[in-house]
Write a protein that binds this ligand. Structure first.
Ligand SMILES: NC(=O)C1=CN([C@@H]2O[C@H](COP(=O)(O)OP(=O)(O)OC[C@H]3O[C@@H](n4cnc5c(N)ncnc54)[C@H](O)[C@@H]3O)[C@@H](O)[C@H]2O)C=CC1
Ligand SMILES: O=C(O)CCC(=O)C(=O)O
Length: 416
């Protein structure tokens, strides 16, 4: 008998924060028609109300998927973060519920690096305040505090995808690049790693932050660190709002310790475009304020839409978790005319044995099986010769330590 797929029209997908249309188109082309596409994020209460019957959710950096939201999302199968950062998601809460989380680790890297480089040049020339003054009718033709980028030192904190891309672009313009990272890394071109953050702060004319939000990066730049920077230096933050103590930065700008700053990310960001942006940096002409758009270019957003929707489709269709940020990575090639089952369980000894016992007792022969575990969760993809009856499925769900059982395709077309 021919294999039939799940009824994809029953799979409910919620896309928030204006995820690019390319994602919606991609999902529709793959047969997923039940998609709600909203332009903003939702607050916790609204999210909790909405997620109870959602199978897949797509978010960007604003939507907070915490333990309470996951507890309410009883049918949730997977999360797509249409961005790089995944700090807005409680990855452990997702993991222990058998929910893989995917992101787009590279698609907006270039966009961020280009913006930061442009800001560095504008700030070195004092353009933001000259521009603001001109808009008010002023005229400040002066070379005071105005510098070429050539031979200035750019200090990059966090030398990952964005930091290293910035390094290459900046060096091509004549910057001397140094970087600080917790991992030992080979610098691109002539860039040199320094031993610690203090050394980087003390040597750099421009400091740019490119670390993820982690306990170790929270408030890593405060009054003490700014005091260690050169007089008249520039600070750029396009990483996460919790990396810089924003009040300390505002004070340093007002006191003339720093000549300028560019900030794209804030400890508290408006939920949507109609909400007021509040910050102690407002009104400071030598600070470039941007609304978390480091990665918001049409090129990046379109690519991210395709990349992350592709990962959701592949997981939904085949159970493939490769590149998930929180889940054991499994990819089992499709076996023609077989039936695929996904079993997600706490990683304790003996679960696979129990699963295979149930299959054997129900006369089900295994055609292919792949188990991968991480510290907490085991994920096994199983292809079998014949469809699972409800009895076998129930027995699999009863196996001790089971988190989730999903049938991807079978002759009877059971639901996810
Ligand atoms: N403004 C925006 O629109 C965007 C912001 N981002 C932010 O930029 C961050 C960085 O992105 P990628 O470069 O792709 O990440 P990545 O993971 O490739 O690189 C991060 C680097 O930071 C280093 N690091 C971690 N903890 C550190 C610490 N305590 N001190 C020094 N270095 C540390 C890591 O070893 C790694 O080399 C993302 O996590 C995200 O939060 C990313 C994209 C767009
Ligand atoms: O585009 C967004 O909403 C977030 C971009 C970002 O910060 C990221 O990719 O981590």
């Amino acid at each position: 008998m021919a294999k039939t797929s799940l009824d994809k029209s029953k799979i409910k997908i919620l896309m928030l924060e204006g995820v690019h249309q390319s994602a919606v188109d991609n999902l529709r082309n793959a047969g997923y028609s039940n998609i709600e596409h909203l332009p903003t994020s939702l607050d916790e209460a609204a999210l909790i109300e909405k997620v109870s019957d959602v199978h897949f959710i797509g978010i960007r950096s604003r939507t907070q998927l915490n333990e309470r939201v996951f507890a309410a999302a009883e049918k949730l199968v997977a999360v797509g973060c249409f961005c790089i950062g995944t700090n807005q998601v409680d990855l452990n809460s997702a993991l222990i519920r058998g929910i893989p989380v995917f992101n787009a680790p590279y698609s907006n890297t270039r966009s961020v690096a280009e913006l930061v480089l442009a800001e560095a040049i504008m700030l070195l020339r004092g353009i933001p305040e000259k521009n603001a003054l001109a808009h008010r009718g002023g005229w400040q033709k002066s070379a005071k505090n105005s510098h070429e980028a050539r031979s200035k030192t750019l200090g990059i904190v966090g030398y990952g995808s964005i930091g290293s891309q910035l390094s290459v672009l900046a060096e091509s313009l004549g910057f001397d690049v140094i970087f600080y990272d917790v991992v030992a890394k080979l610098g691109m071109g002539n860039a040199r790693q320094v031993a610690n953050l203090d050394e980087l702060l003390g040597r750099s004319d421009v400091v740019s932050l490119h670390v993820p939000e982690l306990p170790s990066t929270k408030w890593m730049i405060g009054a003490e660190q700014i005091a260690r920077m050169k007089q008249g230096a520039i600070l750029i933050n396009a990483s996460r709002g919790t990396v810089v103590v924003i009040e300390a930065l505002a004070e340093a700008i007002q006191a003339g310790k720093l000549n300028g700053a560019a900030v794209d990310v804030f400890p508290v960001e408006p939920k949507g475009n109609n909400d007021e942006f509040q910050s102690p940096l407002r009104g400071l002409d030598n600070v470039i304020l941007t609304p978390h758009i480091g990665g918001s270019t049409l090129e990046a957003q379109e690519n991210i839409g395709i990349e992350v929707s592709e990962k959701l489709i592949t997981y939904s269709d085949n159970g493939t978790t490769v590149t998930s940020v929180n889940f054991p990575e499994v990819a089992l090639p499709a076996h023609p005319n077989k039936h695929r089952l996904l079993h997600i369980h706490h990683n304790v000894p003996g679960v696979l044995f129990e699963i295979n016992r149930v299959l054997s007792e129900n006369g089900i022969n295994i055609a292919g099986q792949y188990l991968q575990t991480n510290e907490k969760v085991g994920y096994v993809v199983i292809d079998v010769d014949k469809a699972y009856g409800p009895q076998a499925l129930d027995a699999l769900r009863q196996v001790d330590h089971t988190l989730k059982v999903r049938v991807l395709y079978s002759q009877t077309g059971q639901d996810a």
